[in-house]
Design a protein around this ligand. Sequence first.
Ligand code: FE
Ligand code: FE
Ligand code: ZN
Length: 296
Amino acid sequence: MLLIGCHVNYKKDSQILGCLEQALRYGADTFMFYTGAPQNTARTSIDLEKVKEAKRRMEEENLLYSKVVVHAPYIINLANNQDETKYQFSISFLKQELKRCEELGIERIVLHPGSHVGLGRDVGLQNIITALNEILKDSQVTILLETMAGKGTELGSSIDEIKQIIDGVSNKERIGICLDTCHLNDAGYDVSNFDSILDEIDEKIGLHYVLCVHINDSKNELGAHKDRHENLGFGSIGFDTLIDIIYNKRLEGIPKILETPYVDSEYPPYKYEIDMIRKKEFNEHLIEDIKEQKVS
Ligand code: FE
Ligand code: FE
Ligand code: ZN
């Protein structure tokens, strides 16, 4: 069964109900959102009535609320403790995010492992492990470590680094992996042979840790360490490869989330990309169609 979703916007008035409505407009089965602006930590309190209503609506649509994921804000950096105050702020803010997820009834949150910013890989990875052990002590929510492109001093751009972090985490029930196709490509993994990537994860860590996949094409070549997402079929990965990943039997039941760029920074592509995915048919006029029809 296909489980395709996309990134949607959380607004302080409509909250998760607005997220769901947006996802349904795009024909998605599931979705991912930030509980506020991704680049800051301003957050508003959660309206539990809206959570109830969203759960009810999803049940009505035969969709699984349990598969919805949150993305942690990217200003959280658990790898760098040069400034102890900032490091502690990242830890306490992520703890609050986990509490918000609990209130929302969301079971999984995607996290960028962090950047060591000059401290070196080993110190950075150890800082991440220390922080995660504190954060996950009595958590109900599972943190999914996202595989990164390896831009700058980003950690988690190899399966070995992800393994190192997971090995250090005590609460193995509450840690997982989110694969990102653009990031894997930019990190140097050939995603056209996705089974070999899954084999390596399975051998080194265990495939059951993979609980989310971000589906993005990439503006850059294999190993570019850039991290610039592209619309499906318009980048260096290509449509057929992405379709193979989306429909890979070993990833069945795992949410596949689109984080492709808005066209002209204005028009969300998701309705059209989801349509292509369901039909398994590339539309070379996608960009023009999106601009013409102006779905928001
Ligand atoms: Fe991400
Ligand atoms: Fe991603
Ligand atoms: Zn990215």
